[in-house]
Ligand binder design. Structure first.
Ligand code: AMP
Ligand code: MG
Length: 403
């Protein structure tokens, strides 16, 4: 059975060919957050466009200023001022943050380290050449690549695009992710379930996870545990880039998802992972569609989505799989888990001090949705460490929507 990290690598590898030839769309900067860039963004001029002062102070020749020296202040330069005159020898210019350093000057002395009486400025320190000045072109040269294709557009990347005037960005279309839950007991959330039925919470959490991960969720509803209904609805999902199923992949008599997928021509890369919850997770492909069969217990569905479906959305969507954001924290309370499988237990990570501490929450197993709603992470208990004392360090997987 594959370890979860190896299963993830299988997903990343098998998703690569599905990234080819993705359609793109032109998106205004204001709505491009979270999309994957499909073009190069090029610097339209030098950055900074001029030698920029990073402090409020005095522009000087570094060789002229120093303790006991007094230079005559011959004017001031504000941010945005056009600067055309060179600094004459023996003089200095008052200058503000973001303003252009004039020809001749090669340093800015912070106002805090100067004294001014009338036009005479004296200095407390010896400046070095280049101090508090960012040279023209030192951040980026004109026509250099500022953002590469495959870059995820976060706020800093959007700021780069804004800086160089790229107001419309060619981005990859989001991967289309069909979501199909299964189970005779499952009813739409808009209905009142009978006494032995349950509402379709997985369809809701999966759509939210797809959206957060950067995919376009396409809810297909719920299939009954019958070959005909499953086949028809799975066929529908097999038209999309990715199909995510929940339920019907365990060993029960009515767990038919894998055999129906096989009947529809799917091949499988794995159908079990050495983890709990999440052991019966299935990953395969039919034609151009990647298929995930996630176990139906809500916590299993959520954690296996984070581990396995997110990297597929990343790669199919035109970028590198984001790394699993594992942290380390000290256990606040001792922990006992069943050996043999890597366990993912709902937990709470807190930073009361500099050192993060984590505490596994009481739960009733992988059907316990409310335990996970109180959790902000999972502790990852390795198979070979079934019992761990308080204070020991342990691996933590943050929930990707809350931390
Ligand atoms: P299964 O993986 O189909 O054996 O389902 C495991 C457990 O998860 C059962 O208790 C199901 O009732 C429950 N379950 C399955 N599908 C859903 C769903 N869409 N929403 C909430 N719970 C579900
Ligand atoms: Mg079921």
């Amino acid at each position: 059975m594959l370890a979860f990290a190896d299963a993830r690598q299988v997903v990343i590898r098998e998703a690569q060919p599905h990234a080819q030839g993705r359609p793109t769309v032109a998106v205004p900067l204001a709505t491009a957050l979270g999309l994957i860039l499909a073009q190069e963004v090029v610097a339209d001029r030098e950055y900074p466009p001029f030698h920029r002062s990073t402090r409020d102070g005095y522009a000087v020749r570094a060789s002229e200023a120093g303790p006991g020296v007094s230079l005559r202040c011959v004017g001031e330069i504000k941010a945005g001022d056009t600067v055309s005159q060179a600094l004459e020898p023996g003089a200095c210019l008052q200058i503000m943050t973001g303003a252009a350093v004039p020809q001749g000057a090669d340093a800015v002395v912070m106002v805090e380290f100067t004294k001014r009486v009338g036009e005479a400025v004296t200095f407390e320190r010896v400046p070095t050449s280049g101090q508090n000045v960012v040279a023209q072109g030192s951040e980026a040269h004109a026509a250099s690549v500022a953002l590469r294709p495959g870059t995820r557009l976060g706020y800093a990347e959007l700021a780069v695009a804004a800086q160089v005037g790229a107001t419309v960005l060619q981005c990859y279309k989001k991967p289309r992710v069909a979501i199909l839950s299964t189970g005779d007991e499952v009813v739409p959330v808009s209905e009142t379930p009978g006494p032995f039925r349950i509402r379709n919470s997985n369809a809701v959490s999966l759509a939210a996870q797809v959206q957060l991960a950067g995919g376009e969720p396409l809810p297909l509803g719920n299939a009954l545990d019958r070959v005909d209904d499953l086949s028809a609805k799975i066929e529908e999902g097999l038209r999309e880039d990715i199909l995510v199923l929940s339920g019907g992949v365990s060993m029960g008599k009515y767990d038919l998802v894998e055999s129906v997928l096989k009947g529809l021509g799917a091949e499988f890369f794995f159908d079990a992972v050495a983890m709990r919850p999440g052991k019966p997770t299935v990953f395969g492909r039919r034609g151009k569609t990647l298929v995930f069969g996630l176990p139906g217990n809500p916590v299993s569905t959520m954690v296996t989505f984070q581990l396995f479906v997110i990297p597929a959305i990343d790669v199919v969507g035109g970028t590198r799989a984001r790394p699993l954001p594992l942290l380390e924290a000290a256990l606040a309370e001792p922990l006992q888990a069943n050996p043999a499988l890597t366990h993912f237990l709902p937990a709470r990570l807190d930073w009361d001090s500099i050192a993060p501490r984590v505490r596994a929450l009481r739960w009733q197993g992988s059907g316990d949705i409310s335990a996970l709603a109180h959790a902000n992470c999972f502790v990852v208990v390795p198979a070979d460490r079934p019992s761990i004392a308080a204070g020991q360090r342990i691996s933590v997987l943050p929930r990707f929507d809350v931390l």
